[in-house]
Design a protein around this ligand. Structure first.
Ligand SMILES: [Zn+2]
Length: 254
């Protein structure tokens, strides 16, 4: 079964490649069909088999022989692995499809923010819609109305805190990060959001210091924060409830 999930993940990854390229350029993600970005030749179905086409063509366009970035198959493989882990954690349930969709959006957010230093509103909106769907389909029936308060608190905490940071840092933290933190709060609720923010800030600070010391980035450039929020959100989506439970047990009860 997980093999099928992996294959499904490859197809999602292939679609994400299109989204990652086109959304920041304000192009439609549906029309026209996939084409070589160098020679414009439309790609046929046998050029679009995830990973396999890339390997068969030796990483070159069939029509103009330009090199195709290895990032395309890497995004497909990574997405497939991340979604397979969701399937392994949850089984094939309604919750799996919601988390698989969240995973896909997080991959797109991370790469687009890394490339262009923007987090497109459409992707933030997608997380908000998925969060509401999760609330209605999964959480309300299981946990009752108390969960509404918990998620609203997460939304306000994420949006409020990041808004403060963006004001204090004078734009060092962008508006996209504020919106992303708010909808992640809606998705995860305030407890798991605290864990998520902790993971994102620690990993973000660590990577920034390494990049500064290695002179890969200088102080003025800054490092986009979206990829860290996305990575932390993915980790929390897999292990969040266990980690929060362990933390509370260790420091407050035990
Ligand atoms: Zn070409």
């Amino acid at each position: 079964m997980l093999f099928l999930v992996f294959f499904f993940g490859l197809l999602v990854g292939s679609f994400l490649n299109v989204c990652i390229y086109r959304i920041p350029r304000n192009e439609s993600i549906v029309f026209p069909g996939s084409h070589c970005t160098v020679c414009g030749a439309p790609l046929r179905f046998f050029d679009l088999i995830p990973v396999v086409s890339y390997l068969l063509l030796g990483g070159r366009c069939r029509y103009c022989r330009c090199t195709i970035s290895p990032r395309y198959p890497l995004v497909e493989l990574t997405t497939a692995m991340l979604i397979t882990l969701q399937g392994w954690r949850r089984g094939i349930t309604a919750s799996f499809f919601l988390y698989a969709a969240l995973t896909a959006v997080l991959v797109a957010v991370a790469i687009i923010d890394f490339d262009h230093q923007i987090i497109p509103d459409g992707l933030v909106l997608a997380i908000a819609m998925l969060g509401l769907a999760q609330l209605i389909v999964v959480l309300l029936p299981q946990l009752g109305p108390a969960v509404l308060l918990e998620r609203t608190a997460g939304f306000l905490l994420g949006g409020g805190l990041f808004f403060l940071i963006s004001v204090i840092s004078r734009g060092g933290m962008g508006g996209g990060d504020v919106k992303l933190a708010a909808v992640l709060g809606l998705w995860f609720g305030w407890k798991q959001l605290l864990l998520l923010m902790f993971l994102a800030f620690v990993s973000g600070a660590f990577v920034s210091v390494v990049l500064l010391l290695a002179h890969i980035k200088d102080r003025k450039e800054g490092v986009p924060f979206g990829p860290f929020l996305a990575a932390a959100a993915y980790l929390v989506s897999l292990f969040g409830s266990e980690l929060v439970h362990w933390y509370l047990q260790t420091f407050f009860i035990g």
